[in-house]
Design a protein. Structure first.
Length: 427
């Protein structure tokens, strides 16, 4: 992109139509400071800007200097709360480390094929290669699916939207090589059981095919459906989801870690707005946070700041025990996934049986100083929503917020239509 801009600039300067004498026609910044806004002192800012321009034009003289190059400076800093969150953790080397132990024991035993044989590796790109179509049969069918006036319809038409213009622009930039790097690669993981396999086709036809990698962890392997049997310690039951998730994340790390940038997990009732999620993960804010909060990454980094994204809840109202709700799922970067699987899972109550896997994952990461990042948008709307859109539209807390678990667990929320971010990513 820089080479292209230099070429265009050079061609423009040598064009016969290019204006002459711009040095005499354009006034310097100091003239405006002195004559237009003399009451303000711009001198310090001017010096800083001049220094930045000189550094950018001359280029860094050392690798360390390169970190402060103007190209790596954000347009605005992280907010204080999120800066405090990421400051508690340490950068993680994101090079893959084999933690499988030869796949001899849970949670690294792996998956089985249709015949129950271990060693099966799912093709996570099967949906991208053969995306199914989603069709509304007729207007009657549309009327059933899209009930105008109901709370879900209202939230999804009056507030929440898919940011298609920016998504399509980002796609074109990546396609034509105008972006610094390709688009963020997202691996989507859904968990279910065989009796709920009827829910999977709808996911595949709508949002699942938009993920770069997609897999459904289940109790039966079905290649066409995309489900994979990943056995785990203990029985297959609701009160043992923690063991199920331990094996799922271990399988994902062992087989897909090096191929993807981000990893999202959720249940079979999840709807993920992948376009909005990808734009959020590519945003300057998240890129800045993933690089420690001071400078933007340049793409050559070998370490990364762990990020744990989702809808934050304060367990029992305690700000010391914040976790991410499993309802809308949670998103981890490579540094967080590696920390969880390689360092966390072997030590975080490895044989405990419980349904609260979301709390367990948060506890495990908290012990390693990785705290849930606040994913609200600039207007204070939540991006990750644990319930259906209509629920969030109509919910209002009681007079005493502690009388209802949702308001008691929620952190600095707005209510009603402003509860959801316009560019929400999950319901």
């Amino acid at each position: 992109l820089n080479d292209m801009l230099v070429r265009i600039s050079s061609e423009a300067k040598h064009s016969s139509s290019f204006p002459t004498g711009l040095g005499q026609k354009c006034r310097p910044f100091s003239w405006y400071a002195q004559n237009v806004h003399p009451q303000n002192d711009f001198h310090e800012e001017e010096d800083v800007n001049d220094a930045k321009k000189k550094a950018w034009m001359n280029g860094p003289t050392t690798k360390e200097e390169g970190a402060t190059d103007e190209n790596n400076l954000p347009s605005k800093p992280l907010n204080e709360d999120n800066m405090a969150i990421i400051s508690k953790t340490s950068p993680v080397n994101i090079k893959y480390v084999d933690a499988s132990g030869g796949h001899a024991e849970h949670p690294h035993k792996g998956a089985t094929d249709e015949n129950g044989k271990y060693g099966y590796v799912h093709d996570e790109t099967f949906l991208v290669k053969n995306p199914p179509t989603f069709e509304i049969k007729d207007e009657k069918d549309r009327g059933v699916l899209c009930k105008k006036g109901d709370p879900n319809y209202q939230m999804l038409t009056k507030k929440v939207f898919v940011d298609l213009p920016n998504h399509e622009a980002a796609e074109k930039r990546a396609e034509h090589g105008l972006a610094k790097k390709g688009r963020a690669k997202i691996f989507c993981l859904v968990y279910t059981i065989e009796k709920n396999h009827h829910t999977i086709p709808a996911i595949k036809e709508t949002w699942g095919k938009k993920c770069d990698g997609f897999m459904v962890a289940s109790t039966k392997t079905d290649r066409e459906l995309g489900t994979v049997n990943i056995p785990h310690e203990g029985p297959e039951e609701y009160n043992n989801i923690w063991q199920k998730v331990r094996s799922m994340w271990s399988y994902v790390y062992d087989n897909y870690y090096e191929k993807y940038d981000w990893f999202h997990i959720g249940g079979d009732d999840l709807y993920l707005i992948v376009e909005n999620l990808r734009l959020y993960l590519e945003s300057e804010e998240i890129q800045l946070a993933s690089n420690g909060g001071q400078y933007l990454p340049n793409g050559s980094e070998e370490t990364q700041t762990p990020l744990f994204l989702g809808r934050r809840f304060a367990e029992g109202g305690s700000m010391e025990r914040i976790f991410i709700s499993g309802g809308s799922g949670y998103t981890m970067n490579k540094a967080t996934l590696k920390t969880l699987v390689v360092d966390g899972l072997p030590k975080c109550r490895p044989h405990f049986h419980t349904f609260s896997e979301d709390v367990m994952v948060a506890n495990c990461l908290r012990q390693r100083n990785i705290l849930p990042y606040d994913t609200k948008d600039e207007a204070g709307g939540e991006r990750y929503m644990p319930f259906a859109p209509g629920h969030h539209l109509n919910y209002h807390p009681p007079a005493n917020p502690k009388d209802d678990w949702y308001s008691n667990y929620s952190i600095n929320c707005k209510w009603g239509i402003d509860h959801c971010a316009a560019k929400s990513v999950a319901f």
